[in-house]
Design a binder for this molecule. Structure first.
Ligand code: PLP
Length: 400
């Protein structure tokens, strides 16, 4: 079938909840994907950082096939032989004490909101139904009703109310605003170490350290949503490591399966996840043996194949190359590891048209909000690949 036919089918029968670039992909390998006409593209989005390990990584694929032949789903009514080892490996690699496995990122966020509220009532002594969670302006934590209710993006929330109460929004990157917003009923501060969907917004150096101190001082749980920044993307296993801090709860998802399967997890110290008792939370697919086997392989590949260090060095190289591009349309180039944003000036007429032009040249990326191009290729990218990408990006900004 022709690309147009696939696109027609999608628009005829599918809900219009995405506005994708018109490229119909069929195959992927490493940092490359191919469309139905056989044209090759470099993937500089990595499915919003869910394929950090590269497309169809052979070792993860093998783990998926092997486990799919043996056992896929037991539900948590019974135990399975993948869950314990997955917990142990994940805790060791992320320096955590307890894990609660879920599927999508949004489910991990919902889970932590339940956990910190309960912790607030049982441990901190907050009066019933008074728990407050502080979140940040520009946040992105997923698409469920509770989560969109505390979003500050009109597109995300308008028309979907009424919303869950108990959330307070403060400016991002401003530790003093957190200090002022905390009250005796505050149970948690939920934030992204770098705001991905908001346009790769990097808070001032020292922010997370200050936030850590404020939370500890007031007995507030620090919850970092590392669903996008975690698992090597910024050149560390977790982005919190850049400031040498430890959150009380960390959320991961996306690349936890290397893009094969939805797997997410809430990682925490013993006290917070310890408040959840049997019967109080769960998921039919959460912690299933197939998910665990895939996630174990995805984690092993990240570490054993040196992808995290590569993200740091190649990210630095990519960032420098982008900063060298001379264009009156670029406001700022910023990034950490391989999570890079190029923010355009309003007169550039939006980032979308640059994405369209890059697609024509064989490079796939996506605008985040109006004016920012995000470059987040799979972590095993090499220097020559980045040179190849820079050549195309430069050409697009030069208008050639
Ligand atoms: C993608 C993302 C989520 C939501 O994950 P889903 O799997 O799409 O539900 C939550 N938080 C952050 C920071 C994300 O980037």
């Amino acid at each position: 079938m022709k690309p147009e036919t696939y696109i027609d089918l999608e628009s005829r029968y599918g809900a219009y909840n995405y506005k994708p670039l018109d490229v119909v992909l069929q195959r992927g390998e490493g940092i490359w994907v191919w469309d139905v006409d056989g044209k090759r593209y470099m993937d500089c989005l990595s499915s919003y950082s869910a394929v950090n390990q590269g497309h169809c990584h052979p070792r993860i694929l093998q783990a998926l096939i092997d486990q799919a032949r043996k056992l896929t789903l037991t539900s948590r009514a019974f135990r399975n032989d993948q869950l314990g080892p997955f917990y142990e490996e994940l805790c060791r690699l992320t320096n955590s004490h307890k894990v609660l496995p879920m599927n999508s990122g949004a489910e991990a966020v919902e889970t932590v909101i339940k956990a910190v509220r309960k912790w607030g009532y049982k441990v901190k002594g907050v009066p019933d139904d008074q728990a407050e969670v502080i979140v940040c302006d520009g946040n992105f934590h997923g698409r469920t009703i509770t989560i969109v209710g505390f979003s500050t993006d009109p597109q995300t929330r308008e028309g979907f109310g009424p919303f869950t109460p108990g959330f307070k929004v403060i400016p991002y990157g401003d530790a003093r605003a957190l200090e002022e917003a905390v009250n005796p009923n505050t149970v948690a501060f939920l934030a992204e170490p770098i705001q991905g969907e908001a346009g790769v917004i990097i808070p001032p150096a020292g922010y997370l350290k200050e936030v850590r101190e404020i939370c500890s001082h007031h007995g507030v749980a620090l919850v970092l949503d590392e669903i996008q920044t975690g698992l090597g993307r910024t050149g560390r296993m977790l982005a919190e490591e850049h400031e040498g801090i430890e959150a009380d709860v960390t959320l991961i998802g996306k690349a936890l399966s290397g893009g094969f399967y939805p797997v997410s997890a809430v990682l925490s110290n013993t006290e917070i996840l310890g408040v959840i008792q049997p019967g109080e939370h769960g998921s039919t697919f959460g912690g299933n043996p197939l998910a665990c086997a895939v996630a174990r392989a995805a984690l092993m590949v990240l570490v054993e194949e040196g992808m995290i260090d590569n993200a740091e060095t190649m990210g630095g190289y990519f960032l420098e190359g982008l900063k060298r591009i001379q264009s009156s349309l670029i406001r700022e180039v910023r990034g950490k590891g391989l999570l890079i944003g190029v923010e355009l000036l309003p007169e550039a007429g939006g980032a979308r048209r640059f994405c369209e032009q890059l697609k024509e040249k064989g490079l796939l990326c996506k605008e985040t909000h109006e004016n920012t191009l995000r470059f987040a290729p799979p972590l095993p990218i090499g220097k020559e690949d980045i040179d190849w990408a820079l050549e195309r990006i430069e050409a697009v900004f030069a208008g050639t």
